[in-house]
Design a protein around this ligand. Structure first.
Ligand SMILES: *Cc1c(COP(=O)(O)O)cnc(C)c1O
Length: 458
């Protein structure tokens, strides 16, 4: 008999979580204005809001905390981290920051000027926010396949080289860099192939445009290259990661994802001018360049996390769990972005709540329904997150409208996956009774989804 799959780690410490009644959840969600970001964490049974900073650190990472050097400048922690970045990403210069968006803020403060155009394969929300707040334009150049959630292609996060070339040709001299996001979070944690990374970078460089890799989930992307792309099966994750980064000019990183720390990020590059430019913005905003807003111990844990999460077994355990949840949804015929992404399942809300009009935010409505059903907190990645067009101030309804179930790393078991799938099935079974969604009562001008106040339509 073949032995079944099992996790490549065992559990050393646990945190109790609480169930609640539907009546309690009705009350709590109302108080939260139908925005799950406004719930208290203790009102949640299974928290799939994000996989960012929610992972369980390993015993080795916790040990590294004890070894943290809290010297203001030149701490041993920094050099340990710099070494890890050199070995795993191949970059000589690195600036730690408190998280990914801080890395964007520092780098973009140096590079982005008003009126610039910055193409990318579906910029992440904070990335887009940092571009638009500087009165520049982010243009999505993801392949069209990404919009068809039922299409099974191995690298749905890819850049459309045709779309990219059009943007580069029409905006010559006005494109400070291109953002290549791996995996492509916004379209469903979909990977980008090595071939596409190479072609994208060659094209950009032909036009004299540097490429910044938004690398939050670079290790998961490397796993997909190894398991899906011809020629990479026998390469290690670390070899693949090095090759990915060898094509780009710089990386911004949210270490809260693939470095499995609760807080941290960085900018890495081989470009000495960019490094000098970034320093000018890091020091006043994040802190001195060898700690960048982090404790020495956090920098240590980040170095250790980078090393262990670029090992195949760790990534296989993680992706296997995401794919297990996907297999349950297949069994219940619930439509999600196919194939399953690296860090999450993205349920296609438009195809579930077909009776809810787009103006009433189907994915936001589905997020509320899943919480009410079982205390599971997912996250809307759809029309609410898309914000308004900065010029017309109209809602942007041209993208996908998804409910994201992000799976924290090394936190939940496959039993939790079964609860999630069953709860979703219960909502799915009564989908035709759900005909109305939500209406906005108050919203912030930028990144509204965190604080938006909603009203339930009856
Ligand atoms: C999370 C994320 C960011 C921002 O990082 P934070 O650590 O949340 O600030 C940027 N880009 C991508 C692709 C991300 O997933």
């Amino acid at each position: 008999m073949n032995l079944p799959f099992a996790e490549s780690w065992k559990i050393k410490m646990v945190e109790p979580i609480k169930r609640s009644t539907r009546q309690e959840r009705e009350q709590w969600l109302k108080e939260a204005h139908y925005n799950v970001f406004q719930l208290r964490a203790e009102q949640v049974f299974i928290d799939l809001l994000t996989d960012s900073g929610t992972g369980a650190m390993s015993d080795r990472q916790w040990s590294e905390l004890m070894l943290g050097d809290e010297s203001y400048a030149g701490a041993t922690s920094f050099f340990k981290f710099k070494n890890a970045v050199k070995n795993i990403l191949g970059f000589d210069y690195v600036i730690p920051t408190h998280q990914g968006r801080a890395a964007e803020n520092v780098l973009f403060s140096y590079l982005v000027k008003e009126g610039n155009v910055i193409p990318g394969n579906a910029h992440f929300d904070t990335t887009k926010g940092h571009i638009e707040s500087r009165h520049a334009t982010a243009i999505d150049v993801t392949v069209d396949e990404a919009k068809d959630t039922q299409l099974e292609v191995p690298f749905k996060g890819n850049v459309s080289v045709e779309k990219l070339e059009r943007v580069l040709r029409e905006n010559q001299g006005n494109v400070p860099f291109m953002v290549l996001t791996v995996t492509n979070n916004t379209v469903g944690g979909q990977p980008v192939s090595m071939q596409n990374i190479k072609e994208t970078c060659e094209l950009c460089h032909k036009y004299g445009v540097p490429v910044v890799m938004d690398s939050a989930r670079f290790a998961e992307n490397a796993y997909f290259i190894k398991t899906r792309e011809a020629g990479y099966a026998s390469k290690s994750i670390k070899e693949i990661a090095l090759e990915m980064f060898s094509h780009v000019d710089a990386a911004t990183m949210s270490a809260k994802k693939d470095a499995i720390v609760n807080m941290g990020g960085f900018i890495a590059t081989n470009n000495a001018d960019w490094y000098e430019g970034c320093k000018l913005f890091c020091i006043p905003f994040e802190g001195y360049v060898t700690y960048g807003g982090l404790n020495g111990r956090d920098v240590n844990a980040m170095a250790q996390g980078l090393d262990e999460n670029t090992e195949f077994d760790m990534l296989e355990t993680r992706i296997h769990q995401v794919q297990y949840l996907a297999s349950l949804l297949d069994e219940y015929k619930i439509p999600y972005q196919r194939p399953a992404g690296g860090h999450a399942i993205f349920v296609d809300a438009k195809q579930v709540l077909t009776a809810v009009p787009k103006e009433e935010f189907p994915a936001q409505t589905l997020t509320c329904e899943l919480y009410l059903e079982a205390g599971i907190r997912g996250c809307e990645i759809g029309y609410m997150l898309a914000d308004r067009d900065p010029v017309t101030r109209e809602n942007r309804f041209d993208g996908l409208d998804l409910l994201r179930l992000a799976i924290p790393r090394r936190v939940y078991t496959d039993n939790h996956m079964r609860v999630i799938a069953a709860a979703l099935k219960n909502v799915y079974d009564r989908r035709n009774e759900i005909t109305r969604g939500v209406a906005i009562e108050w919203e912030a001008p930028l990144m509204r989804h965190f604080t938006v106040k909603l009203r339930r339509l009856q």
